[in-house]
Design a protein around this ligand. Structure first.
Ligand code: SAH
Length: 493
């Protein structure tokens, strides 16, 4: 023994898959660990917050193949801890429910390594809840049993007492073993459980790909096989399974469940849109095609202008980052190109005087018709269109253009390109994101194309691909609304 103080091992439950269902304590530990050893069935998004210098090791599989043997995983845990590192062992669901967390804790104890256990939401509860099935319910089920379906009831060495399980007065939730469902159901019926008892199988519970099927104990194996249900899935047996029809909530709350959507806007801005899409149930593919590069530009004396036009949310951010004294903005009338830019200004404490509903230059020109202008400053991107300055100059105004940033291409790696083109939808929130995505991906073939508005649509058409969907309101919210409409229309609902 080196005598070094061992690091602490944290056996952390990652929850069933929905990144929102990881506990705060779990997220905190992931963000601070020296080493993270994780399973396959964990919310991968959680790893994005790991320290840049943390060692993140996938012990769920080697290459695309087998699982790392349990002894090897335990050796890794012990080795890193004995070297004084803090180790997060991140497991799907709860570490102590069919997770071999107990064995890992024993391995730590045997070597004198301190450990902490962070419970997680186990799949049996979470997948059921996401399918509208309460595992207990007054007068229906006052007990619930979590059972491994790993054991073949027909094998003599089975450790599960099938007759006792059949007689269990409550809900049965089976983990693993979707392929053995037929034999499990037979064993339960042979043990006296009614073949008419409701049963349901939930695959990929809480994940964007969640699917569920319902039947009875007598039919469920066939129903699941016909639907092609595969692991990971839990099977719920008991009267509560029959409540799913009444209590299903996901389709209404999450209309984008089962839909994959590529977000091509710059990483810095993508997160709000991505979060909104995820909250609606979508699987989001982040494929940023552009990046905002601020330009070295000094803001002139704003008091010299009677009109200040801001033509994008980025323009608002870039401008106000550079304005040292807010009183400089007291003079000119302030016009935003649309509601999104007005919102960005508001976040900096500026209420725009003029905001057209449609965020395009033509609408702003129209909205400014009655506003007297002698000197105007336009704060914008380097590569913006010249509709607005030209229209104001035609009216006899002196116009200065202040280019605050440019958008530059962000290279797409192969995996991101494939994922984006394999998505159900690809979203474009600006003409430049369309152009740069096309340059990086070489095509728009694959996903349905969603455009935020006419200027972006025109850019898409220029690249040979008219959008399938165009937002009526040219904001990220408008784009999300149009996308939901399209998904529902195509579902025929
Ligand atoms: N410790 C985990 C269970 C690990 S065993 C927990 O507490 O949830 C692996 C089994 O868990 C899978 O075979 C499947 O039965 C179940 N499972 C894990 N994630 C699931 C999910 N998102 N949806 C349905 N079942 C899941």
């Amino acid at each position: 023994m080196s005598g070094a103080v061992p690091g602490t091992v944290y056996l952390v439950g990652g929850g069933p898959g929905d990144p929102g269902l990881l506990t705060l304590r779990g997220a905190e530990l992931v963000a601070s660990a020296d080493v993270i050893l994780h399973d396959k069935l964990i919310p991968l998004e959680a790893l994005a917050d790991a320290r840049a210098d943390a060692a993140v090791i996938d012990v769920g599989k080697i290459g695309g193949g087998e699982q790392v043997p349990q002894e090897v995983t335990q050796e890794l845990i012990v080795e890193h801890a004995l070297a004084g590192r803090s180790v997060v062992r991140l497991k799907g669901g709860d570490p102590f429910v069919f997770g071999r967390g107990g064995e890992e804790a024993q391995a730590c104890r045997a070597r004198g390594i301190p450990f902490e256990v962070v419970p997680g939401i186990t799949a049996g509860i979470a997948a059921s809840a996401y399918a509208g099935i309460p595992v207990t319910q007054r007068r229906m089920a006052s007990a619930v049993a979590f059972v491994t379906g790993h054991e073949d009831p027909e094998k003599p060495e089975t450790q599960v007492d099938w007759p006792a399980l059949a007689a269990f007065p409550g809900t049965l939730v089976f983990y693993m073993g979707v392929r053995r469902l037929g034999r499990i159901a037979e064993a339960l019926i042979a043990g006296g459980r009614s073949a008419d008892e409701p049963a349901a199988v939930v695959q990929q519970g809480t994940l964007p790909g969640q699917r569920e099927v319902a039947g009875t104990l007598g039919t469920i194996a066939q129903v699941a096989a016909d639907a092609g249900i595969r692991a990971p899935a839990v099977t719920i047996v008991g009267p509560v399974a029959g409540l799913a029809d009444e209590l299903a909530w996901r389709a209404a709350a999450r209309p984008l469940a089962g839909t994959s959507i590529a977000v091509t806007r710059a990483r810095a801005q993508a997160s709000a849109l991505a979060a909104r899409l995820r909250a609606l149930g979508a699987a989001v593919v982040e494929a940023p095609a552009i990046r905002i590069e601020p330009l070295a530009a000094d803001v002139p004396d704003l008091g010299a202008y009677d009109l200040l036009c801001v033509t994008s949310p980025n323009g608002a951010d870039q401008l106000l980052e550079r304005v040292r004294d807010a009183r400089a903005l007291a003079g000119p009338v302030i016009a935003a190109i649309g509601p999104g830019t007005a919102r960005a200004l508001r976040a900096h404490g500026i209420e725009a005087d003029v905001v057209p509903e449609r965020a395009i230059a033509e609408s702003l020109v129209e909205a400014l018709r009655e506003v007297p202008v002698t000197r105007a400053l336009i704060a914008r991107a380097e590569e913006a269109r010249d509709v607005l300055p030209e229209a104001l100059r035609e009216r006899g105004a002196h116009v200065d253009v202040l280019a605050l940033y440019r958008t530059v291409a962000e290279p797409l790696d192969d995996a991101a390109r494939r994922a984006a083109l394999g998505a159900d939808y690809a979203t474009f929130t600006s003409a430049s994101s369309a152009r740069f995505f096309h340059a990086a991906a070489g095509t728009f073939e694959g996903p349905r194309i969603v455009s935020i508005g006419p200027v972006t649509s025109e850019a898409l058409e220029g690249l040979g691909r008219a959008p399938d969907v165009e937002a009526a309101e040219h904001t990220p919210d408008g784009l999300v609304a149009a996308l939901i409409d399209d998904v529902l229309a195509r579902r025929g609902g």
